[in-house]
Design a protein. Structure first.
Length: 605
């Protein structure tokens, strides 16, 4: 990866090149943008974010305002009169057009008067008289509360018993004031001495204070520089501060759901970090458990409530995902006969492939042995570092992975998508060890290979997924996927969720779309004429149990693998789901996306 600091250095150089007035910040910005533009299409951590930030219209406008103010600040202009609005009423009767009654003009004059009379400055109370002269370290801090929370927490010092500021929330009122710091010792709040009070009693004083709050405090002597990082992570677990008894202040907590992108702004505390959601960066930060702490919580939760998310501890879930072998009584001939054979893009739609997946998973005895890199891994890494990635035109397309419970319509949507543009979308041709049938062609329905060849491919980790069905092996090879990507096409695969982690590589950069069932009534309505293949029947009508199974399976997939989903498509009407899928696929390829940082670390051009 190219070093981002290298680009910052170039930006710095570029600011030195400035030919004109040093205050022309917008000129600096334009030069920086020009320079960044040259490197935009390289995979540089954070470059995309910086580029979008510097390009933001609000920043451009702010800089213009700044320049105007800089220009006038030296002249120190004074208002000619402080009450222009009053004057306007006198002019009104002279004004034939009644120009002075325009509301925008009135608002302008009113704003003028506010500035002229300096109404915007909060009126701070006079300093208390009884400040001891020898107490040099004492500081008086006045904050205007303004309906928003203070953005600081307090606690009792374990040794001295003093009430101290425990932490200052990034972007909150206290933080923006720059006057309160973690470790400051409170002496008085609004004139009430806090000595001997419990932290909760101090909070009550604060809660009931309106307007200005006056703190008398002794600043912490050795103020550590807080580590303001700019780290972006994907949450791999859900977190609800209100349900967490160990959080120092639940109101200051930031709830998040798996898959959400967070910006970690402070990691100075080993247990509680501060973060914001990228979907709402204007909000002040909230407390989240550190990586280490969340891992510990998950481990405790894992063992105390295994039924929640751990498939290996719940029999019914195992049965659902991996039906036991003895249940597989499907007649393969029947299934194969149900397939329409070849129309160029038929590859990868063979039922036996899907049935093989089900069977292969039923052989897995425990979750630990089968998927240490899925469920257990998500527990081991509660946050995954991500970066903004913009695919370049010369890059391969991202692999599109469709996930969904059996029967929801994953294959139907994949088929529809490829049918819409077969020259652009394609699915890989799977490998099999079964005998070729007379109507089949090698490389069209399957690559027909010997058992030895198949096993050597397995040994070399050449498959995205593979399994055994009725004594034959089936698998989708990495090479079949790469061949499609190398041809400049978009490769669409349909995987079992357990196989997602295997494709999460810097080479494939998969974009995972979860196909979700609509409501039960919608399924009844839309699937009236549809047919499914169950473990027992081929092309049978949907029954109520099928809908129930689809719903339950979808819920479990979301609980267990939701952190890997980039998008969710509800398959209600086939037409609208297809349109949505098409636009998501385009968005995945053409627009900047958050991807795991490790996918671009080894990407140096
Ligand atoms: N939105 C929809 N409206 C109506 N019918 C649908 C819709 N989506 C899928 N179907 C139909 O539902 C049936 C099952 O769909 P499909 O074969 O794609 O399921 P699947 O998710 O691939 O499951 P499996 O892997 O078990 O085949 C098919 O007959 C399909 O045409």
């Amino acid at each position: 990866m190219e070093d981002f600091t290298g680009y910052l250095y170039k930006i710095q150089q570029c600011t030195f090149k400035l030919p004109t007035h040093p205050n022309r910040l917008s000129q600096v910005l334009n030069l920086v943008l020009e320079e960044l533009g040259l490197y935009y299409h390289r995979d540089v951590n954070g470059l995309g974010v910086l580029y979008s930030l510097l390009q933001a219209p609000w920043l451009q406008s702010l800089l213009k305002v700044h320049e105007c103010l800089q220009h006038y600040i030296k002249k120190s202009p004074m208002p000619v009169l402080p009450k222009a609005r009053a004057l306007s009423s006198e002019v009104k009767h002279l004004d034939e057009q009644n120009f002075m009654t325009f509301s925008s003009l009135q608002a302008l004059l009113s704003a003028h008067d506010t500035v002229a009379q300096k109404d915007f400055e909060p009126v701070l109370p006079p300093l208390p008289d009884n400040i001891p002269e020898n107490e040099e370290a004492m500081r008086i801090v006045c904050l205007v509360k303004n309906k928003q929370p203070l953005g600081a927490t307090i606690k009792r010092h374990e040794i001295t018993g003093d009430i101290i500021v425990a932490r200052v929330i990034h972007g909150g009122l206290a933080d923006r004031s720059g006057l309160l710091y973690a470790g400051d010792k409170l002496v008085e709040v609004n004139g009430f001495p806090v000595e001997g009070l419990e932290p909760e009693q101090v909070i009550q004083i604060l809660v009931h204070s309106e307007g200005t709050i006056v703190f008398k405090l002794i600043p912490i002597g050795d103020r550590s520089v807080s580590s303001h990082t700019m780290l972006f992570v994907r949450a791999m677990a859900d977190y609800w501060p209100q349900l967490d008894p160990s959080i120092p202040c639940a109101d200051a907590g930031l709830p998040f759901k798996k898959g959400e992108i967070l910006q970690i702004v402070d990691q100075s505390d080993a247990l509680w970090w501060q973060a914001r959601k990228v979907s709402n960066l204007s909000r002040c930060a909230g407390l989240i458990p550190s990586n280490h702490l969340l891992k510990r919580k998950q481990r405790e939760f894992w063992w105390s409530q295994p039924f929640m998310s751990h498939s290996c501890l719940k029999a019914s879930m195992v049965d659902l995902f991996f039906p036991p072998e003895e249940d597989m009584r499907i007649d393969e001939k029947c299934v194969e006969a149900g397939e329409t054979v070849c129309s160029g893009f038929a590859a990868g739609f063979r039922r036996s492939m899907r049935l093989c997946r089900r069977k292969s998973h039923s052989n897995q005895l425990s979750c630990y042995s089968r998927c240490p890199s899925t469920c257990y891994h998500s527990m081991a890494a509660p946050y995954e570092e991500v970066v903004r990635y913009q695919r370049r035109l010369c890059d391969r397309h991202r692999l599109i992975v469709l996930i969904g419970p059996s029967g929801v319509g994953v294959n139907e949507l994949r088929r529809q998508l490829i049918g819409l543009n077969p020259s652009k979308f394609q699915s890989p041709v799977p490998h099999t060890t079964r005998h070729k049938k007379t109507y089949e062609e090698n490389g069209r329905e399957y690559f027909f290979v010997s058992k030895e060849t198949f096993e050597s491919l397995v040994y070399c980790h050449s498959f995205l997924e593979y399994g055994e069905y009725k004594g034959n092996l089936y698998g989708t090879s990495m090479d079949a996927v790469k061949a499609i990507l190398d041809a400049g096409k978009i490769c669409i695969v349909d995987l079992e969720p357990q196989d997602i982690t295997g494709v999460r590589t810097h080479e494939l950069k998969p974009y995972v779309i979860f196909i979700k069932p609509p409501s039960r009534s919608c399924m009844r309505q839309t699937r009236r004429n549809a047919r499914i293949i169950t473990d027992y029947f081929v092309n049978t009508k949907f029954k109520e149990e099928d809908f129930q199974e689809i719903e339950e399976s979808a819920k479990k997939m979301e609980v267990q693998f939701g952190q890997f989903f980039d998008q969710v498509v509800v398959n209600d009407s086939l037409e609208s789901a297809c349109v949505q899928l098409m636009s998501i696929v385009r968005h995945a390829q053409d627009d900047p996306q958050w991807i795991p940082a490790f996918w671009i670390c080894s990407d140096s051009p």
